[in-house]
Design a protein. Sequence first.
Length: 155
Amino acid sequence: MTINSTTKVTSIRNAPKFRQTVLLIDDQPTVLEIHTAILKSLKMNLKIVAMTDPIEALIWLQNKQVDLIITDFRMHQMDGMQFVQALKGADNLLMHAVVVVTVLKDKTTQQELIAAGASACLTKPVQTLELAKVVINLLGQSKLDYGLDSIKRAS
Protein backbone atom coordinates (compact mmCIF):
# COMPACT_ATOMS: atom_id res chain seq x y z
CA MET A 1 0.00 0.00 0.00
CA THR A 2 1.31 3.43 -0.88
CA ILE A 3 0.45 6.43 1.19
CA ASN A 4 -0.48 9.64 -0.58
CA SER A 5 -2.38 12.79 0.27
CA THR A 6 -5.75 11.05 -0.11
CA THR A 7 -4.93 8.11 2.16
CA LYS A 8 -7.05 8.20 5.27
CA VAL A 9 -5.09 7.46 8.43
CA THR A 10 -7.03 6.36 11.49
CA SER A 11 -6.15 8.24 14.62
CA ILE A 12 -4.94 6.18 17.57
CA ARG A 13 -7.81 7.71 19.53
CA ASN A 14 -10.25 6.15 17.06
CA ALA A 15 -8.54 2.76 16.95
CA PRO A 16 -10.50 -0.08 18.54
CA LYS A 17 -9.57 -0.59 22.17
CA PHE A 18 -8.56 -3.95 23.55
CA ARG A 19 -11.42 -4.79 25.94
CA GLN A 20 -10.84 -7.60 28.38
CA THR A 21 -13.53 -9.85 29.80
CA VAL A 22 -13.68 -11.02 33.41
CA LEU A 23 -16.00 -13.84 34.46
CA LEU A 24 -17.09 -13.78 38.11
CA ILE A 25 -18.55 -16.96 39.63
CA ASP A 26 -20.04 -17.09 43.13
CA ASP A 27 -23.26 -18.61 44.40
CA GLN A 28 -23.84 -15.51 46.55
CA PRO A 29 -25.19 -12.59 44.49
CA THR A 30 -24.01 -10.09 47.12
CA VAL A 31 -20.39 -11.21 46.65
CA LEU A 32 -20.80 -10.87 42.87
CA GLU A 33 -22.05 -7.31 43.36
CA ILE A 34 -19.07 -6.44 45.59
CA HIS A 35 -16.52 -7.93 43.20
CA THR A 36 -18.22 -6.22 40.24
CA ALA A 37 -18.02 -2.87 42.04
CA ILE A 38 -14.32 -3.40 42.80
CA LEU A 39 -13.57 -4.27 39.17
CA LYS A 40 -15.53 -1.27 37.87
CA SER A 41 -13.61 1.00 40.25
CA LEU A 42 -10.39 0.03 38.44
CA LYS A 43 -11.62 1.96 35.37
CA MET A 44 -10.06 -0.59 33.02
CA ASN A 45 -13.03 -0.73 30.61
CA LEU A 46 -13.63 -4.37 31.55
CA LYS A 47 -16.53 -6.42 30.32
CA ILE A 48 -17.77 -8.16 33.47
CA VAL A 49 -19.92 -11.29 33.31
CA ALA A 50 -21.33 -12.59 36.61
CA MET A 51 -22.72 -16.09 37.11
CA THR A 52 -23.97 -17.96 40.18
CA ASP A 53 -23.61 -21.51 38.84
CA PRO A 54 -20.15 -22.93 38.03
CA ILE A 55 -21.61 -25.69 35.85
CA GLU A 56 -23.45 -23.12 33.72
CA ALA A 57 -20.21 -21.13 33.60
CA LEU A 58 -18.30 -24.12 32.19
CA ILE A 59 -20.96 -24.57 29.51
CA TRP A 60 -20.94 -20.83 28.72
CA LEU A 61 -17.14 -20.86 28.45
CA GLN A 62 -17.23 -23.47 25.67
CA ASN A 63 -17.84 -20.76 23.08
CA LYS A 64 -16.66 -17.60 24.83
CA GLN A 65 -13.28 -15.99 25.26
CA VAL A 66 -12.50 -14.50 28.66
CA ASP A 67 -9.26 -13.10 30.00
CA LEU A 68 -9.77 -13.78 33.70
CA ILE A 69 -12.02 -15.94 35.85
CA ILE A 70 -12.60 -15.14 39.51
CA THR A 71 -14.43 -17.96 41.27
CA ASP A 72 -15.48 -18.79 44.79
CA PHE A 73 -14.11 -21.96 46.36
CA ARG A 74 -17.21 -23.09 48.24
CA MET A 75 -20.25 -23.37 46.02
CA HIS A 76 -23.20 -25.74 46.12
CA GLN A 77 -22.85 -27.21 42.63
CA MET A 78 -19.06 -27.83 42.70
CA ASP A 79 -16.15 -26.46 44.65
CA GLY A 80 -13.36 -24.29 43.33
CA MET A 81 -10.95 -27.21 43.01
CA GLN A 82 -13.43 -29.18 40.89
CA PHE A 83 -14.07 -26.08 38.77
CA VAL A 84 -10.35 -25.44 38.15
CA GLN A 85 -9.79 -29.11 37.30
CA ALA A 86 -12.78 -29.16 34.92
CA LEU A 87 -11.62 -25.95 33.27
CA LYS A 88 -8.03 -27.06 32.83
CA GLY A 89 -9.03 -30.58 31.76
CA ALA A 90 -11.46 -29.57 29.02
CA ASP A 91 -9.93 -29.80 25.54
CA ASN A 92 -12.45 -27.40 24.03
CA LEU A 93 -11.84 -24.59 26.52
CA LEU A 94 -9.10 -22.04 26.05
CA MET A 95 -6.63 -21.53 28.87
CA HIS A 96 -7.71 -18.87 31.32
CA ALA A 97 -6.16 -17.09 34.26
CA VAL A 98 -8.17 -18.24 37.29
CA VAL A 99 -8.34 -16.64 40.72
CA VAL A 100 -9.99 -18.71 43.46
CA VAL A 101 -11.47 -16.83 46.42
CA THR A 102 -11.84 -18.83 49.62
CA VAL A 103 -12.57 -18.43 53.32
CA LEU A 104 -10.03 -21.19 53.98
CA LYS A 105 -6.73 -19.84 55.24
CA ASP A 106 -5.22 -23.30 54.85
CA LYS A 107 -2.01 -22.92 52.82
CA THR A 108 -2.18 -26.58 51.73
CA THR A 109 -5.53 -26.06 49.97
CA GLN A 110 -4.23 -22.91 48.31
CA GLN A 111 -1.08 -24.73 47.14
CA GLU A 112 -3.23 -27.57 45.76
CA LEU A 113 -5.35 -25.04 43.85
CA ILE A 114 -2.23 -23.48 42.33
CA ALA A 115 -0.91 -26.95 41.43
CA ALA A 116 -4.27 -27.74 39.78
CA GLY A 117 -3.99 -24.67 37.57
CA ALA A 118 -5.28 -21.67 39.51
CA SER A 119 -3.28 -18.51 38.89
CA ALA A 120 -3.86 -17.10 42.38
CA CYS A 121 -5.82 -17.64 45.59
CA LEU A 122 -7.31 -14.87 47.70
CA THR A 123 -8.75 -15.18 51.18
CA LYS A 124 -12.21 -13.81 52.01
CA PRO A 125 -13.06 -11.18 52.82
CA VAL A 126 -11.10 -9.97 49.81
CA GLN A 127 -9.42 -6.64 50.31
CA THR A 128 -10.03 -4.19 47.46
CA LEU A 129 -6.34 -3.41 46.96
CA GLU A 130 -5.38 -7.09 47.00
CA LEU A 131 -7.98 -7.98 44.35
CA ALA A 132 -7.01 -4.95 42.27
CA LYS A 133 -3.31 -5.93 42.27
CA VAL A 134 -4.04 -9.51 41.24
CA VAL A 135 -6.47 -8.45 38.49
CA ILE A 136 -4.11 -5.83 37.07
CA ASN A 137 -1.20 -8.30 37.12
CA LEU A 138 -3.13 -11.15 35.49
CA LEU A 139 -4.87 -8.97 32.91
CA GLY A 140 -1.54 -7.41 31.99
CA GLN A 141 -0.25 -10.92 31.31
CA SER A 142 -3.43 -11.72 29.37
CA LYS A 143 -2.91 -8.65 27.20
CA LEU A 144 0.66 -9.75 26.52
CA ASP A 145 -0.54 -13.27 25.64
CA TYR A 146 -3.20 -11.75 23.34
CA GLY A 147 -0.51 -9.78 21.53
CA LEU A 148 1.67 -12.87 21.16
CA ASP A 149 -1.29 -14.90 19.89
CA SER A 150 -2.03 -12.18 17.32
CA ILE A 151 1.57 -12.25 16.13
CA LYS A 152 1.53 -16.06 15.88
CA ARG A 153 -1.71 -15.99 13.85
CA ALA A 154 -0.26 -13.38 11.48
CA SER A 155 2.90 -15.39 10.78
